[in-house]
Design a binder for this molecule. Structure first.
Ligand code: SIN
Ligand code: CO
Length: 381
């Protein structure tokens, strides 16, 4: 089992002092860290067109970035290149154990696990990310330089590579297997591998208000919500025809904000936050199980949630049976609402943990639909 050690810090202290605030080097965050996969297995993933992969290297001093699938690496030689696979957790069930180590941060904030394989001298170049990341060093050594937050000019070193200008490092370290570099958004950084190396980046991401408001507008349009006009039946006489007075501005604002009640915000956010950015390893058609098959299989097998599947519920609506999976809202009868935290908080469901609801036809039929869709799958105990 993988165990995260934050050195002297408790998770509470880490959140209070570092999370979203400043970078941290955690030496031996994992003792005896073992790569989640081999470079050969990674190359296997990178030749699948469903998997998002990139290769970064320099050619005659110019940065190059290519998007997979890739089937050969020979021409790249033995140094100076990096292969990156995004959303490793969507394809490799073993990545879940790494994510679980960081579950003191809720999953709605989690984005993906990215794996990077680099040959000596390889790296993606100096850049700034918009997300928090725990870069967990696997085999090999890598030197990381991190600059301070501030005004850093960014430029396209290649159409697919946004770089930043040289920066003065506030951190300059060599990461060894099991070491972790935590970076909040906005800190320029540059990792150069010293010897053949693998690293596993557990990434967290939020959206900008602009992106969320734009998606919220789409949600209103798609569901014909918020169609009511702004009203002013209590109007009083106006003496300046060009003026919008304070009370009118307050009226517009209040009527707009009144549309954004908790129900709308949670319904929209639940869908938005569980929508998957990368492909999921889902079957092309229903797996065709019957409810009786599911009940039978549950006796001897454990249900596993598909890697990368996003699920969540809100305190405010879980008792009404509402929760969200993969961009959709689901509603169970409120009598079944206690099952929802099990479905969303736990990655594995054994017979005993869902036994209280298995005599409900509604529950077992819903579970059958999810298994047939590939959202949960069975694994031998
Ligand atoms: C890498 O692991 O190759 C790059 C990670 C990063 O700098 O975000
Ligand atoms: Co980065």
């Amino acid at each position: 089992m993988m165990q995260l050690e934050l050195g002297e810090l408790t998770p509470e202290q880490f959140l209070k002092e570092y999370w979203q605030k400043k970078p941290l080097v955690i030496r031996k965050g994992f003792s005896n860290f073992r790569d989640l996969l081999s470079p050969e297995e990674m190359a296997g993933l990178a030749c699948d067109e469903m998997v998002e992969s990139r290769r970064i290297y320099k050619e005659q001093g110019e940065w190059q970035a290519e998007f997979g699938p890739f089937d050969s690496y020979e021409h790249l030689g033995e140094s100076g290149w990096t292969l990156v696979v995004q959303a490793l957790n969507n394809w490799l069930p073993g990545a879940e154990q790494l994510i679980q180590c960081f579950d003191f941060i809720p999953r709605w904030r989690f984005d993906d696990v990215m794996v990077s394989y680099a040959t000596p001298g390889g790296g993606v170049g100096p850049h700034i990310d918009l997300y928090d990341v725990f870069i967990c060093q696997g085999s090999g050594r890598r030197r990381w330089r991190v600059g301070d937050r501030g005004e850093h000019r960014e430029f396209a070193a290649h159409p697919a590579l946004l770089h930043t200008e040289a920066f003065e490092p506030i951190i300059d370290v060599e990461l060894l297997p099991g070491d972790i570099l935590y970076l909040p958004p906005g800190y320029p950084h540059d990792g150069v591998t010293l010897e053949e190396s693998m690293s596993f980046s557990v990434g967290y991401r939020t959206a900008s208000a602009k992106d969320m408001v734009s998606a919220l507008a789409d949600h209103l349009i798609d569901n014909e919500l918020g169609c009511e006009q702004i009203e002013d039946p209590d109007r009083v006489i106006s003496l300046q025809s060009g003026r919008v007075d304070e009370s009118d501005l307050a009226r517009i604002k209040a009527q707009l904000l009144a549309k954004l009640d908790d129900r709308l915000i949670s319904e929209f956010s639940g869908r938005y936050l569980t929508a998957s950015k990368c492909e999921l390893d889902l079957p092309e058609q229903s797996l065709g199980f019957q409810s009786t098959d599911i009940l039978e299989m549950l006796k001897a097998q454990t249900l596993i949630r598909l890697g990368g599947l996003r699920v969540l519920y809100f305190d405010a609506s879980v008792k009404q049976g509402l929760f969200y999976i993969n961009g959709e809202e689901y509603q169970l009868s409120s009598a079944l609402s206690d099952a929802i935290p099990f479905l969303c908080d736990q990655q594995q469901l054994s017979y005993s943990c869902i036994a209280p609801w298995l005599d409900s036809r509604e529950f077992i039929e819903q579970l059958t639909l999810w298994v047939n869709a590939g959202f949960w799958y069975f694994e031998e105990d």
